[in-house]
Design a protein around this ligand. Sequence first.
Ligand code: SF4
Ligand code: SF4
Length: 476
Amino acid sequence: MKKRERTSKCPPQVWWKRLGGEYLLTNDAGEYIMLSPGEFRVFTGTGALPASGRKLLEMEEKGFLRERLDFESLSRRWKESNAYLDRGPGLHIFVLTLRCNHKCLYCQSGALREDEKRSDMDIRTARKILDFALGAPVKGLTIEFQGGEPLLNWEVLKETVLYGEKKAKASGKEIKFALVSNFSLMTKEKADFLIKHGVALCTSLDGPASLHDRNRIFAGGGSHALAVKWIKYFTGVCGKGSDCGPSALLTISKYSLGREKEIVEEYARLGLASIFVRPLVPIGFAGDLWDKIGCSPEEFTGFYKNSLGHVLRLNKKGLDLKEKTAFLLIKKAIGMEDNKYVDLRCPCGAGLGQLAYDFNGDVYTCDEGRMLAWQGDSLFKAGNVFEDAYLDVISSGAVKACAAASSLDSQPMCARCVWRPYCGICPVYNYQTQGSLWGDMPGNGRCRILKGIFETVFGFLKDTKTKEVFRKWLNS
Ligand code: SF4
Ligand code: SF4
């Protein structure tokens, strides 16, 4: 067969890096391909590509051959995986109170004591915020109750759900509710209400009791025992993976290092559908204790690799447990879908994907921005629901500045990075750790962590059996 000679075959936006013994290439559409060193030399140099073959077909289908680009299909795929650009903020975080009955070592929100009621949101403010959130040009929105411990302001939570249901009917919009709670104040009556109204439930679980209770200090008894009691209750009543399922958040501190297997197995033992291996970040009050409890990017990356490795081993033995960061990444890279995750997109979700509301109606670009305000710096404040209209908030300096700073094309290092199609920058993290919204990627800890995570996931992708597990996650 006659070989076709081509020179400089790269379409305008292709990024690459050496990964293991191969080359990983990604492109604007969010597609990726692995090439052997020989294939890579041919691709980037003046050599000849074979006229047929599986690799050539894959390169063509994924938009890596400049002379054979199917723009219609590529732009459709790009649109699907970046669908968030057409929407407004769908996530609205209500901080119902800053009070908490726990004293977690890494608490980022700067919780107040249980008896300091000055930070409780009242129902008038909650209703006003809900009306404000309905002004966002989205068909469906999620109202997420956070704190402190939101169950300490139960009456307002309950009233907001009932009010929201009425407003959803009247406006024709869909409103979903979610609760992030330590579950220590859960009762059967509250549980029945939450289940009846379809509130998605999420708690914290840092691993087995010895680790969880060390991180999450609770004077009223074992924090772990109460979290586990209600995880089992909700899983039993609602079923694994359903909205009230529930899910759990894992925070990795220095004390978690070396305990990857135990942590993953605790999630498996409790029948949770997923584990979200997230690093602790030095934002808010966690920054003050960083030397004691923080991990270096390399320590976290090693932890992540071991955890994901164990999750995958268990999956290959038949267990159904997803690791959420890997899942979000493969949803984009293999599923070519918008993963709806506000922290890994360009521009990031600050104001464009989410808004956070303090107990007094102040609006912030996100909850992390609100935490800084509680420490005295209101740079990320976008307005107040009693004083500003939706359009004023969404076009505020805070939202615009975050959008500009998190645009990867204006970051010199990101604009040339192979992970660009899957990555996102956090202006709050940059500001807190490097003193500017733009940050400085070569020395940025979050960037180092993300690179470590991406390399780990793509490294695992080379194994056919792991790829099958990932495909199963996408189809479930
Ligand atoms: S933040 Fe780091 S990993 Fe992400 S695109 Fe920028 S340089 Fe790449
Ligand atoms: S600023 Fe950071 S925390 Fe806030 S939405 Fe953007 S990525 Fe998320």
